[in-house]
Design a binder for this molecule. Structure first.
Ligand code: F6R
Length: 249
């Protein structure tokens, strides 16, 4: 694991964007795994700037999102379909047919999960971007989810619903279920970039790096991945007691 510590969210976003930009320059037809939530918004802003400045193009990039809520239509302003269009896709030259987000038509959930796995088959992600929950979830692989899962339907932790209620009018509106790419799919990516900011993530980051590998801390499985980069701000790195700005092992 390589861990880089930066001052704050903005610096994390810039550094993470630099990482992704380099990957797209090296491989213009990159297969990129995407996350939603607050963590990658700044990173996406920098990617859009790089696109606007003709540094990168997304015309041959293919993307696979980690997850989507179940129980709200994809047109809902808080769906991850809407999120991705608002914060990234509507501002770049990605081809609609190269965008993949798990479908959330409630009636056929199991079938849709299998279909998402089938879509990913043979398209190993070159790079997977991850945020992390306070409970150390990655994707919506909540504590206790099997580490060998492929795409599946997950009941969201109450803590996750409470955290994400900041985007909705009330807690009641937050869906209770989501469709998420399982840990097995995340681990199948060639490279993983995890970003985290703020003191609320410090414990999750500590357990991810130094904790036992256990289903109760889903992100701890990343210790077994051969190519993980973690970019954190000072607050999220607080418990790591990093003496310098970089830690590798
Ligand atoms: C989002 C996702 C989640 C978030 C995590 C952190 O697609 O899969 O794992 O990355 O909940 O969310 P934020 O960044 O909002 O703190």
């Amino acid at each position: 694991m390589k861990i880089y510590k930066y001052k704050n969210y903005e610096e994390v976003s810039k550094a993470a964007a630099g990482f992704v930009i380099r990957e797209i320059i090296k491989k213009p037809d990159l297969i990129l795994g995407l996350a939603t939530g607050t963590s990658p918004v700044g990173l996406y802003e920098h990617l859009i700037k790089a696109y606007d400045n003709f540094i990168i193009s997304f015309k041959d990039v293919r993307t696979f999102n980690l997850d989507e809520y179940v129980g709200i239509p994809k047109e809902h302003p808080q769906s991850y379909y809407s999120f991705m269009h608002q914060y990234l896709f509507d501002h770049i030259d990605i081809k609609p047919e190269n965008i993949n987000i798990p479908s959330n038509d409630e009636k056929n959930m199991k079938k849709l999960a299998a279909e998402y796995d089938a879509k990913m088959l043979g398209k190993q992600r070159d790079l997977q971007i991850l945020g992390i929950g306070k409970n150390a979830h990655i994707g919506f692989n909540e504590p206790g989810s099997e580490l060998g899962n492929q795409t599946f339907i997950v009941k969201l932790d109450e803590q996750t619903r409470i955290e994400n209620s900041r985007f909705f009018n009330s807690l009641e509106e937050v869906p209770s279920y989501a469709i998420t790419m399982g840990i097995r799919n995340i681990m199948f990516s060639k490279k993983i970039l995890l970003i985290a900011s703020g003191k609320s993530k410090a414990e999750a980051i500590y357990k991810t790096v130094y904790g036992e590998i256990d289903e109760s801390v889903p992100a701890s499985i990343l210790q077994l991945h051969p190519n993980v980069t973690i970019i954190v701000d000072e607050e999220a790195a607080n418990l790591l007691k990093m003496k310098s700005t970089q830690l590798s092992f």
